[in-house]
Ligand binder design. Structure first.
Ligand SMILES: [Fe+2]
Ligand SMILES: [Fe+2]
Length: 248
C-alpha cells in the first residue's frame, strides 16, 4: 500500500496565508504518515525571496519527504530562480523500482504570467519518460500546477494550460494513472479513458470560493485500487471515489 498526501496552493505571505489552518494540516498529515507528499505549486503568494525562505521553514514541519513543482504565483519577482535555489528542481522524476512506480514533476509556470504551459522541450522529455513507464509497466503519476481540464465551480475559465490539448493527449495515450494538479483552489476528480485527473484544493490560502474551506487530498494505492480521499482541514475525510488500478 502506498499512501500519498497531495497538497497545493499554500500562498505563504502576510496577506493570503492562513497559518493556523496550515499548522493544523501539518499535524493531520504527520499523523497519517504518508510515504511522501506531492506539492503542486503556489508555495508563495508573490514569489518573493523572503516568502520562499518562510516556505522552506514551513515545509520542514512535515515528517514525510516532499516533492514540489512551482505555480504561477511562485514565478513572480524572479521566484522561478528562487524556487530552484531554495526548494529544488522545478522538473524532476522520482522512481521507485522496487515498488514499480514513477512520479514526474513538471514546471508549468511562466515568469510573471498567470498562464501556464509545459512547452516543447519538457513535453519531449515527458514523452520519453512515459514511453519507458509503459514499456516497464510502471504505475505512473504526473504532477504540475495548472489545471488541464476546466473545473466546476470556478467561474469563468481563464488559465487552463496553454498546451492542454497536446499534454492531455500524451498523458491519456500513455495511460498515466494519476495526473495531480492545483491552481484553482477547488478539489475535483475527472477521469478520461484510463487516466485520473485530480485537483487538490488549497491547503492554506484565504482565497477560497463560496463557503469552501482549506483542504488537501490523500491517495491510498494498493494492488488493485486507487482510493481518493478529500480531507478538509479539521473535518472528517470524504471519499472522492475508488477506482480500479490499470492492468497492463
Ligand atoms: Fe493558487
Ligand atoms: Fe496558481
Amino acid at each position: 500500500m502506498l499512501t500519498i498526501a497531495h497538497i497545493s496552493d499554500l500562498h505563504v505571505s502576510d496577506s493570503d496565508f492562513n497559518e493556523d489552518v496550515f499548522l493544523e494540516a501539518v499535524d493531520e498529515i504527520n499523523a497519517l504518515a504518508p510515504d511522501f507528499i506531492i506539492l503542486t505549486g503556489d508555495l508563495t503568494n508573490k514569489g518573493y525571496y523572503t516568502q520562499f525562505e518562510k516556505v522552506k521553514q514551513y515545509l520542514e514541519l512535515f515528517d514525510a519527504p516532499i516533492f514540489a513543482v512551482p505555480g504561477n504565483h511562485d514565478a513572480r519577482n524572479l521566484g522561478d530562480e528562487t524556487f530552484e535555489e531554495l526548494i529544488g528542481e522545478a522538473s524532476w522524476k522520482l522512481a521507485d523500482k522496487e515498488n514499480k512506480f514513477v512520479v514526474i514533476g513538471l514546471d508549468s509556470s511562466l515568469p510573471d504570467l498567470n498562464e501556464g504551459s509545459i512547452g516543447k522541450p519538457q513535453k519531449l522529455w515527458l514523452d520519453h519518460q512515459l514511453d519507458e513507464c509503459v514499456i516497464n509497466e510502471l504505475f505512473t503519476i504526473v504532477a504540475f500546477h495548472h489545471h488541464i481540464i476546466p473545473i466546476p465551480k470556478t467561474g469563468r475559465e481563464r488559465n487552463v494550460l496553454l498546451d492542454a490539448g497536446d499534454i492531455l493527449k500524451t498523458l491519456v495515450d500513455h495511460e498515466v494513472d494519476m495526473v495531480l494538479v492545483g491552481h484553482k483552489h477547488v478539489p475535483n476528480v475527472w477521469k478520461m479513458n484510463n487516466t485520473l485527473i485530480i485537483n487538490a484544493g488549497s491547503i492554506s490560502s484565504k482565497k477560497l470560493r463560496g463557503n469552501d474551506v482549506n483542504s488537501y487530498n490523500i491517495y491510498y494505492i494498493d494492488e488493485t485500487t486507487i482510493n481518493i480521499v478529500l480531507k478538509k482541514v479539521g473535518k472528517e475525510p470524504i471519499s472522492l471515489g475508488q477506482y480500479p488500478k490499470n492492468v497492463y
